[in-house]
Design a binder for this molecule. Structure first.
Ligand SMILES: N[C@@H](CCC(=O)N[C@@H](CS)C(=O)NCC(=O)O)C(=O)O
Length: 201
């Protein structure tokens, strides 16, 4: 299998964490690309009509996307450990929350990197950050069942989302006023799959 990836993407990081946790490191070749919404890499476009990463190329020529599909697929290959059936809807909801945090955080980056000064909207950026803060506040208030109990992929997705906030939006200090979430994050960030997949430019 080939993973088309960039080391900065939080969605890609989810897949890299899953590859690690599933013990599939020697079965996935990493193919780095530089792609943006305004300049899509041709290899990405050929594999995924949406032009987005992560995209996973299977050995039989099929392509899988997006990160949720790829992570479920890889977990399935390794015996279905991180999406246990008993809690599946809660875990998928937690993963969706993590993806929503990532989407808003990535859109904020696009606003400053891909748009000219006169095209940028502070109102839009503030609205995206408001989505992130509402999500973080609900995690701090312990509103999600799947945050408790044995490790699952909803939890690891949240770790990837928080890691992206540290990587790109450090100055917005997500830990402030959220001691429980910060403590929970400290506990999981020492896992090998998390330490080995830190985002970079
Ligand atoms: N829902 C998708 C989101 C993927 C995504 O937005 N990836 C970004 C990189 S962080 C991307 O490929 N952006 C290029 C574009 O929007 O064309 C997933 O979970 O994989």
């Amino acid at each position: 299998m080939k993973l088309i990836f960039s080391p900065a993407s939080p969605f890609v990081r989810k897949v890299r964490v899953m590859v690690h946790e599933a013990g599939l490191c020697d079965q996935v070749e990493h193919v780095p690309v530089k792609t943006t919404a305004l300049a899509t890499d041709p290899e990405v476009r050929a594999a995924n009509p949406l032009g987005k990463i992560p995209t996973l190329l299977l050995d039989d020529g099929r392509a899988l996307f997006d990160s949720r599909v790829i992570c479920r697929y890889l977990d399935d290959l390794s015996g279905g450990v991180l999406y246990p059936e008993d809690w599946i809807w809660d875990i998928l909801t937690l993963e969706a929350l993590a993806d929503g945090i990532m989407e808003s955080a990535v859109l904020m980056v696009y606003e400053s990197r891909l748009r000219n000064e006169e095209e940028r909207s502070k109102k839009w950026v503030d609205a995206q950050w408001a989505k992130v803060t509402h999500a973080l506040d609900s995690l701090e208030a312990n509103g999600f069942v799947a945050m408790q109990g044995p490790l699952n992929f909803g939890q690891l997705s949240i770790i990837c989302a928080l890691g992206y906030l540290d990587f790109r939006h450090d100055s917005l200090a997500w830990r402030e006023g959220r001691p429980a979430l910060a403590k929970w994050h400290e506990g999981l960030k020492q896992r090998a799959s998390i330490k080995d997949t830190l985002p970079s430019n």
